[in-house]
Design a protein around this ligand. Structure first.
Ligand SMILES: [Ca+2]
Ligand SMILES: [Ca+2]
Length: 286
């Protein structure tokens, strides 16, 4: 018994010594950790500080960009953060020349579904990087209708946007399109289009695509109001709109492409398709 007691006490003493030694090691090791852990976060924080700059830019940009949202800014700021800073600061309102209004007010057609409520006031300025211009002016236009009943395809990019019975291109009934060749690949920030704004029409199944392929085998959709996929180009989530002298401005968020194709499928008044003018605001892609 005594021998076992002694053995037990000896074991306890040894065990305590070992545990103290372990604790001691931990206490020694513990202070050794902070220098490495404190130096590591500093290394992480430095780039984090740099990354914290964009929110400041974004916080200042929306103040002047209440209408178009942050998306186009983030879409523009693709290059490294340091390079993006001057670009973000160079956002300016694109220069839009509107035609004369052909009627007063913007009556919403009855029984036409999925149409946005008119803003009731002038459209706010649209911001895009400095140097953004209408690349579609005087550029060649083609159409799905080989023999348009009225007008010429050139009318779509001739710069004349006035409401006139003779100023627009008319395409046959059904889902038809016009296509603008910008001549080179471009970064596109907005498409501005006028069908016929002589009266408050709502054109149906308006779909706008951008592509590098002249046949649009691979294209990006920038607008689609064909909510029930009548034209077979996919279900569109965008609302239809009432045609006015302001035209329809589509935020393209910096999509890249050389060709812009615009579909329509008549209006709530008749089956005809009209195009008075199409403008494509962008910059040639460097
Ligand atoms: Ca025109
Ligand atoms: Ca439809």
């Amino acid at each position: 018994m005594r021998i076992s007691d002694r053995l037990g006490r000896t074991f306890l003493i040894v065990a305590m010594a070992v545990s103290w030694a372990i604790v001691g090691c931990q206490k020694v090791n513990t202070p050794a950790v902070p220098p490495t852990t404190t130096s590591a976060p500093q290394a992480v924080l430095e780039p984090a500080d740099e990354q914290a700059e964009p929110p400041e830019q974004a916080a200042s940009a929306p103040a002047a960009d209440t209408a178009t949202g942050d998306e186009e800014i983030t879409g523009v700021v693709e290059p490294p953060v340091g390079v993006a800073e001057p670009l973000a600061l160079d956002l300016v309102a694109i220069a839009i020349e509107l035609p004369s209004p052909a009627f007063r007010g913007t009556p919403v057609p009855l029984k036409e579904a999925h149409v946005e409520k008119p803003l009731g006031k002038p459209r706010p300025p649209f911001l895009a990087p400095k140097g953004t211009v209408n690349l579609a002016l005087a550029k060649p236009v083609s159409a799905s209708d080989p023999a348009p009943p009225s007008g010429e395809v050139d009318y779509v990019t001739d710069g004349d946007k006035e409401a006139s019975d003779f100023g627009y291109l008319e395409l046959r009934s059904g889902a038809e399109w016009v296509q603008v060749d910008l001549g080179q690949k471009a970064t596109i920030y907005a498409v501005l289009l006028w069908h016929s704004h002589a009266e408050a029409r709502v054109y149906r199944d308006v779909v706008v695509l951008v592509s590098d392929d002249i046949d649009f085998l691979d294209a990006q959709t920038v607008f689609n109001s064909d909510y029930d996929n009548t034209s077979g180009l996919g279900i569109g989530a965008d609302l239809g709109y009432v045609e006015t002298a302001e035209g329809k401005l589509i935020d393209c968020k910096g999509v890249e492409g050389r060709y812009v194709r615009l579909y329509s499928n008549g209006s709530h008044i008749d089956e005809k398709n009209h195009y008075t003018e199409v403008e494509v605001f962008g910059r040639p892609t460097g």
